[in-house]
Ligand binder design. Sequence first.
Ligand SMILES: *[C@@H]1O[C@H](CO)[C@@H](O)[C@H](O)[C@H]1NC(C)=O
Ligand SMILES: *[C@@H]1O[C@H](CO)[C@@H](O)[C@H](O)[C@H]1NC(C)=O
Length: 272
Amino acid sequence: MLTSEKSAIFIALLYTSFLVTHACDTATGVRFGYSGKTGPKHWGSLSPNFTLCSKGIYQSPIDIVKDFAVHNPKMEPLERDYTAANVTMVDNVFNIALRYNDTSGAVKVDGKKYKLKQLHWHSPSEHTMNGQRFAVELHMVHYADDGNVTVVSILYRYGKPDPFLFQINDTLAELSAEGCKAEKGDPLPVGVVNMKELRQGAHRYFRYLGSLSAPPCTEGVIWNILGEIREMTKEQAAALMAPLEGSYRHNCRPLQPLNGRTVQFYERSRKL
Ligand SMILES: *[C@@H]1O[C@H](CO)[C@@H](O)[C@H](O)[C@H]1NC(C)=O
Ligand SMILES: *[C@@H]1O[C@H](CO)[C@@H](O)[C@H](O)[C@H]1NC(C)=O
């Protein structure tokens, strides 16, 4: 198929998914949302498993105030070894995620290895920098063998196309076309994606201790927010949210209080 034909179909699918009001069955499991009665203010009372969402004190996301961030000379470059991975795509209702297997690669934080398990997108961004919110935020979620979690986060503004997303265009369109069926359905195979783009650009990053930014809001998560803001087109950002029900296309938790935490930063070849 010609690329133009493909994109015409893709746009048609996008259009359809905007018009169709999904009436997905909400009976299974605890549904949290981003507005109204199941919105972030109420997460803590939706399930006994979600209490940290209201009672936790080291929660995410936060505003990164660059001038208050402390340079930590002991921090190291974010060493990530992923090159390419055979992934699947899943509709989690509240976000679209790519799932990685145990051999996909890892990041090292303080000498400890965390394997990349999944990545997903939020729109607009959850973290802000000096109060500025961005169009999209990518969370790359890594787990250590002991269950500890570290997230590498990348912020995007609207602009040039993001090459990584070209690789998952067709699967996103397929997921949109499936509508409700996609939720809790079998993950769709994507195939092998090149991870080079996502491995780059960590010559400056911010680190702090926070939580999962969605229920159950588990704490003890090490956050690494890359300092370099990247770009994607408006169309790419819309395509990432298109498979989700309308209210989940805005899947950003409000900022959480810092409660005395320090944000640290790493910078390569920083002149002191
Ligand atoms: C809480 O989490 C546990 C373990 O994941 C699960 O078995 C249980 O059903 C959950 N409780 C509720 C009320 O969702
Ligand atoms: C990727 O994984 C799928 C299963 O999700 C498998 O069918 C396929 O053969 C794999 N492709 C490669 C190149 O390993």
